[in-house]
Design a protein around this ligand. Structure first.
Ligand code: CA
Length: 248
Protein backbone atom coordinates (compact mmCIF):
# COMPACT_ATOMS: atom_id res chain seq x y z
CA UNK A 1 0.00 0.00 0.00
CA UNK A 2 1.38 3.37 -1.06
CA UNK A 3 0.97 6.40 1.20
CA UNK A 4 1.62 10.03 0.35
CA UNK A 5 2.86 11.82 3.46
CA UNK A 6 2.63 15.63 3.32
CA UNK A 7 4.53 16.84 6.39
CA UNK A 8 7.14 19.55 6.71
CA UNK A 9 8.58 18.41 10.05
CA UNK A 10 11.28 15.82 9.43
CA UNK A 11 11.34 14.93 13.12
CA UNK A 12 7.88 13.49 12.60
CA UNK A 13 8.13 12.40 8.97
CA UNK A 14 11.40 10.49 9.42
CA UNK A 15 10.36 8.10 12.19
CA UNK A 16 6.87 7.82 10.70
CA UNK A 17 8.22 6.80 7.30
CA UNK A 18 10.57 4.32 8.93
CA UNK A 19 7.89 2.94 11.25
CA UNK A 20 5.33 2.51 8.46
CA UNK A 21 8.03 0.97 6.27
CA UNK A 22 8.66 -1.68 8.88
CA UNK A 23 5.01 -2.67 8.57
CA UNK A 24 5.11 -2.96 4.82
CA UNK A 25 3.88 0.46 3.69
CA UNK A 26 5.56 2.42 0.92
CA UNK A 27 5.73 6.09 1.90
CA UNK A 28 6.29 8.97 -0.53
CA UNK A 29 7.19 11.97 1.59
CA UNK A 30 6.83 15.61 0.48
CA UNK A 31 7.32 18.69 2.64
CA UNK A 32 5.03 21.31 1.10
CA UNK A 33 1.42 21.66 0.10
CA UNK A 34 2.44 22.47 -3.46
CA UNK A 35 4.44 19.25 -3.72
CA UNK A 36 1.49 17.37 -2.24
CA UNK A 37 -0.82 18.75 -4.91
CA UNK A 38 1.63 18.10 -7.76
CA UNK A 39 0.79 15.22 -10.05
CA UNK A 40 2.33 12.22 -8.26
CA UNK A 41 4.65 9.82 -10.05
CA UNK A 42 2.66 6.97 -8.53
CA UNK A 43 -0.91 7.43 -7.34
CA UNK A 44 -1.17 7.02 -3.58
CA UNK A 45 -3.72 4.69 -1.99
CA UNK A 46 -4.07 7.11 0.90
CA UNK A 47 -2.83 10.59 1.86
CA UNK A 48 -1.53 11.59 5.30
CA UNK A 49 -1.85 15.35 5.41
CA UNK A 50 -0.31 17.62 8.03
CA UNK A 51 -2.45 20.72 8.36
CA UNK A 52 0.42 23.00 9.42
CA UNK A 53 2.44 23.42 6.23
CA UNK A 54 4.94 26.18 5.40
CA UNK A 55 3.65 27.26 1.99
CA UNK A 56 -0.11 26.94 2.18
CA UNK A 57 -3.00 26.06 4.47
CA UNK A 58 -3.35 22.30 4.83
CA UNK A 59 -7.10 22.71 4.47
CA UNK A 60 -6.57 24.11 0.97
CA UNK A 61 -4.41 21.09 0.16
CA UNK A 62 -7.25 18.90 1.40
CA UNK A 63 -9.75 20.77 -0.77
CA UNK A 64 -7.45 20.52 -3.80
CA UNK A 65 -6.87 16.80 -3.38
CA UNK A 66 -10.55 16.12 -2.90
CA UNK A 67 -11.48 18.19 -5.96
CA UNK A 68 -9.70 15.79 -8.24
CA UNK A 69 -9.68 12.44 -6.48
CA UNK A 70 -11.50 10.24 -4.01
CA UNK A 71 -8.25 9.14 -2.41
CA UNK A 72 -8.74 8.62 1.35
CA UNK A 73 -7.23 11.47 3.38
CA UNK A 74 -6.19 11.33 7.02
CA UNK A 75 -5.30 14.72 8.50
CA UNK A 76 -2.50 15.05 11.02
CA UNK A 77 -3.25 17.89 13.40
CA UNK A 78 -1.62 19.55 16.35
CA UNK A 79 -3.38 20.05 19.63
CA UNK A 80 -5.84 22.92 19.63
CA UNK A 81 -6.74 22.64 15.96
CA UNK A 82 -10.22 21.36 16.63
CA UNK A 83 -11.91 23.88 14.36
CA UNK A 84 -9.56 22.87 11.54
CA UNK A 85 -10.39 19.21 12.04
CA UNK A 86 -14.09 19.91 11.67
CA UNK A 87 -13.56 22.02 8.54
CA UNK A 88 -11.23 19.35 7.15
CA UNK A 89 -13.83 16.65 7.63
CA UNK A 90 -16.39 18.88 5.94
CA UNK A 91 -13.97 19.37 3.05
CA UNK A 92 -13.86 15.63 2.55
CA UNK A 93 -11.03 14.35 4.73
CA UNK A 94 -11.85 10.90 6.04
CA UNK A 95 -10.33 11.07 9.50
CA UNK A 96 -7.75 12.87 11.58
CA UNK A 97 -5.07 12.02 14.10
CA UNK A 98 -3.84 14.47 16.72
CA UNK A 99 -0.12 14.59 17.43
CA UNK A 100 1.42 12.79 19.14
CA UNK A 101 0.22 9.40 17.98
CA UNK A 102 1.70 5.95 17.53
CA UNK A 103 2.29 4.02 14.33
CA UNK A 104 -0.08 1.34 15.51
CA UNK A 105 -2.88 3.83 16.03
CA UNK A 106 -2.23 5.29 12.60
CA UNK A 107 -2.33 1.86 10.96
CA UNK A 108 -5.65 1.12 12.67
CA UNK A 109 -7.05 4.38 11.25
CA UNK A 110 -5.66 3.60 7.80
CA UNK A 111 -7.39 0.24 7.84
CA UNK A 112 -10.67 1.73 9.05
CA UNK A 113 -10.60 4.48 6.44
CA UNK A 114 -9.71 2.22 3.53
CA UNK A 115 -12.42 -0.21 4.61
CA UNK A 116 -14.98 2.58 4.70
CA UNK A 117 -13.76 3.81 1.33
CA UNK A 118 -14.55 0.42 -0.14
CA UNK A 119 -10.94 -0.54 -0.73
CA UNK A 120 -10.00 -4.08 0.20
CA UNK A 121 -9.15 -4.31 3.90
CA UNK A 122 -5.44 -4.06 4.18
CA UNK A 123 -3.38 -6.07 6.64
CA UNK A 124 0.22 -4.89 6.52
CA UNK A 125 1.69 -7.93 8.25
CA UNK A 126 0.38 -11.00 9.95
CA UNK A 127 1.58 -9.59 13.25
CA UNK A 128 -0.62 -6.56 12.95
CA UNK A 129 -4.04 -7.95 12.13
CA UNK A 130 -6.21 -6.04 14.55
CA UNK A 131 -8.84 -8.53 15.50
CA UNK A 132 -11.70 -7.66 17.75
CA UNK A 133 -10.72 -10.32 20.21
CA UNK A 134 -7.48 -12.08 20.95
CA UNK A 135 -7.46 -15.03 23.26
CA UNK A 136 -4.21 -16.47 24.45
CA UNK A 137 -4.72 -20.22 24.32
CA UNK A 138 -4.50 -21.76 27.78
CA UNK A 139 -2.26 -24.49 26.50
CA UNK A 140 0.04 -24.49 23.52
CA UNK A 141 2.17 -27.26 22.19
CA UNK A 142 5.25 -25.89 23.90
CA UNK A 143 3.63 -25.91 27.33
CA UNK A 144 4.25 -29.32 28.76
CA UNK A 145 1.44 -31.02 30.54
CA UNK A 146 -1.27 -28.57 29.47
CA UNK A 147 -1.77 -27.48 33.06
CA UNK A 148 -4.72 -25.34 34.01
CA UNK A 149 -3.55 -21.92 32.91
CA UNK A 150 -5.82 -18.99 33.46
CA UNK A 151 -7.12 -17.92 30.08
CA UNK A 152 -6.37 -14.32 29.30
CA UNK A 153 -9.07 -12.60 27.22
CA UNK A 154 -8.37 -9.24 25.65
CA UNK A 155 -11.25 -7.41 24.01
CA UNK A 156 -10.18 -4.59 21.74
CA UNK A 157 -13.77 -3.60 21.25
CA UNK A 158 -14.44 -2.89 24.91
CA UNK A 159 -10.77 -2.50 25.89
CA UNK A 160 -11.33 -4.94 28.73
CA UNK A 161 -9.01 -7.64 29.97
CA UNK A 162 -10.22 -10.68 31.84
CA UNK A 163 -8.06 -13.21 33.58
CA UNK A 164 -9.83 -16.38 34.64
CA UNK A 165 -13.10 -14.53 34.26
CA UNK A 166 -12.11 -11.60 36.47
CA UNK A 167 -11.63 -8.19 35.00
CA UNK A 168 -8.13 -6.73 35.27
CA UNK A 169 -8.16 -2.92 35.52
CA UNK A 170 -5.49 -1.47 33.25
CA UNK A 171 -4.58 2.07 32.31
CA UNK A 172 -5.06 2.90 28.60
CA UNK A 173 -1.32 2.62 27.96
CA UNK A 174 -1.05 -0.68 29.81
CA UNK A 175 -3.90 -2.00 27.71
CA UNK A 176 -2.25 -0.84 24.49
CA UNK A 177 1.00 -2.50 25.52
CA UNK A 178 -0.71 -5.78 26.39
CA UNK A 179 -2.82 -5.74 23.22
CA UNK A 180 0.28 -5.06 21.14
CA UNK A 181 2.19 -8.01 22.63
CA UNK A 182 -0.91 -10.19 22.33
CA UNK A 183 -1.02 -9.64 18.58
CA UNK A 184 1.52 -12.41 18.33
CA UNK A 185 1.99 -14.32 21.57
CA UNK A 186 5.43 -15.84 21.89
CA UNK A 187 7.01 -13.45 19.41
CA UNK A 188 9.68 -11.13 20.76
CA UNK A 189 8.97 -7.49 19.97
CA UNK A 190 11.92 -5.15 20.14
CA UNK A 191 11.88 -2.21 22.51
CA UNK A 192 11.89 0.08 19.46
CA UNK A 193 8.93 -1.66 17.86
CA UNK A 194 7.00 -1.37 21.10
CA UNK A 195 7.92 2.27 21.62
CA UNK A 196 6.96 3.10 18.02
CA UNK A 197 3.62 1.39 18.25
CA UNK A 198 2.43 1.90 21.79
CA UNK A 199 4.05 5.26 22.39
CA UNK A 200 4.92 7.81 19.70
CA UNK A 201 6.73 7.33 16.41
CA UNK A 202 8.90 10.26 17.40
CA UNK A 203 9.59 9.18 20.97
CA UNK A 204 13.28 9.66 21.50
CA UNK A 205 13.39 9.85 25.29
CA UNK A 206 14.53 7.17 27.72
CA UNK A 207 12.64 3.92 27.36
CA UNK A 208 12.46 3.46 31.13
CA UNK A 209 8.75 4.19 30.90
CA UNK A 210 8.38 0.93 28.95
CA UNK A 211 9.97 -1.04 31.80
CA UNK A 212 7.66 0.67 34.28
CA UNK A 213 4.61 -0.35 32.26
CA UNK A 214 5.86 -3.92 31.86
CA UNK A 215 6.35 -4.10 35.63
CA UNK A 216 2.84 -2.77 36.24
CA UNK A 217 1.32 -5.29 33.82
CA UNK A 218 3.18 -8.17 35.43
CA UNK A 219 1.93 -7.07 38.83
CA UNK A 220 -1.67 -6.68 37.69
CA UNK A 221 -1.69 -10.00 35.85
CA UNK A 222 -0.46 -11.58 39.08
CA UNK A 223 2.46 -13.41 37.53
CA UNK A 224 5.63 -11.91 36.07
CA UNK A 225 5.72 -14.88 33.69
CA UNK A 226 3.08 -13.31 31.43
CA UNK A 227 5.67 -10.99 29.95
CA UNK A 228 9.13 -12.38 29.50
CA UNK A 229 12.22 -10.35 28.80
CA UNK A 230 14.45 -11.20 25.85
CA UNK A 231 17.63 -9.64 27.16
CA UNK A 232 19.01 -6.90 24.99
CA UNK A 233 16.09 -7.22 22.57
CA UNK A 234 12.65 -6.68 24.00
CA UNK A 235 9.61 -8.44 25.40
CA UNK A 236 7.03 -11.04 24.51
CA UNK A 237 3.80 -12.37 25.88
CA UNK A 238 3.92 -15.91 27.14
CA UNK A 239 1.71 -18.07 29.29
CA UNK A 240 3.23 -18.36 32.77
CA UNK A 241 4.75 -21.72 33.52
CA UNK A 242 6.62 -22.02 30.26
CA UNK A 243 10.25 -22.07 31.37
CA UNK A 244 11.75 -23.49 28.20
CA UNK A 245 13.35 -20.14 27.48
CA UNK A 246 14.84 -17.56 29.77
CA UNK A 247 12.19 -15.64 31.61
CA UNK A 248 13.16 -12.43 33.24
CA1 CA B 1 3.81 20.97 10.22
Amino acid sequence: MRLLLIEDDDRIAGPLTEGLGRYGFTVDHVRTGAAGLAEPAAAPDLVLLDLGLPDMDGLDVCRGLRARSAVPIIMITARGEEADRIVGLELGADDYLAKPFGVRELIARIRAVTRRAGAPAYAPTGALVLEAEVRVPPARQSFSGGQALGPLAISRRTREVHLEGHEVALTPREFDLLAFLADDPGTVFSRQQIMDSVWDPHFFGPTKTLDAHVAALRRKLGDPGWITTARGVGFRLTVPGDHTEGAG
